[in-house]
Unconditional design. Structure first.
Lengths: 114, 112
């Protein structure tokens, strides 16, 4: 059955290192979202793509975060340099823009920055 | 942007009872509202969407209401089971209906 996949599932790194998270959306979905979830802030939208074009990345710290969709089967979220405050679970979700916003989430990447 | 409030305290109920979770929002009333379930270590899973003209929607043991006057949605699980234990999040679309804003969720614990 179709599902969103994310790699890696867990990542432990040291402050200052580059982190790259990958997402494969459900085939045929034309919208992709990146979220960050923490206990304090809940689920926050970082970036949003439609038909591979970035439409909104206002939720991302621009100086260190970047999101891309090199092709329809791959979305990436990069943090460079990483900081301890970036420790969180990062979710990718995909959907169809005409389906009233129903989103399908991946299992998440749990990032710990030491 | 929309501000969403869900009870941050966990709701503890006994198996067989009805659980009722609340979602309040403060700004504009959107054309629809969604509910998701999240289990520990997993991503949220879509459960139900209710439109502003529906007032009430049911799916198996789930019932959702949407009161645009009160700016509130209620999420009910009847005949609750321990397997219903999870965190439940409500989500509202932004004004452009392109993205969702999620509440922080309410944890439900159903004891046998």
């Amino acid at each position: 059955d179709a599902r969103v996949t994310q790699t890696p599932r867990h990542k432990v790194t040291e402050m200052g290192q580059e982190v790259t998270m990958r997402c494969q959306p459900i085939l045929g979905h034309n919208t992709v979202f990146w979220y960050r979830q923490t206990m304090m802030q809940g689920l926050e939208l970082l970036a949003y793509f439609r038909n591979r074009a970035p439409l909104d990345d206002s939720g991302m710290p621009k100086d260190r975060f970047s999101a891309e969709m090199p092709d329809a089967t791959l979305a990436t979220l990069k943090i460079q340099p990483s900081e301890p405050r970036d420790s969180a679970v990062y979710f990718c979700a995909s959907g169809l823009s005409y389906r009233a916003g129903e989103q399908f989430f991946g299992p998440g990447t749990r990032l710990t920055v030491l | 942007s929309q501000k969403i409030e869900q009870n941050s305290e966990a709701l503890n109920i006994q198996e067989g009872k009805t659980a009722t979770l609340t979602c309040n929002y403060t700004n504009y009333s959107p054309a629809y509202l969604q509910w998701y379930r999240q289990d520990p270590g997993r991503g949220p899973v879509f459960l139900l969407l209710i439109r502003e003209n529906e007032k009430e929607k049911r799916k198996e043991r789930l019932k959702v209401t949407f009161d645009t006057t009160l700016k509130q949605s209620l999420f009910h699980i009847t005949a609750s089971q321990p397997a219903d234990s999870a965190t439940y999040l409500c989500a509202l679309p932004n004004s452009g209906y392109s993205t969702l804003t999620f509440g922080k969720g309410t944890m439900l614990l159903v004891s046998p």
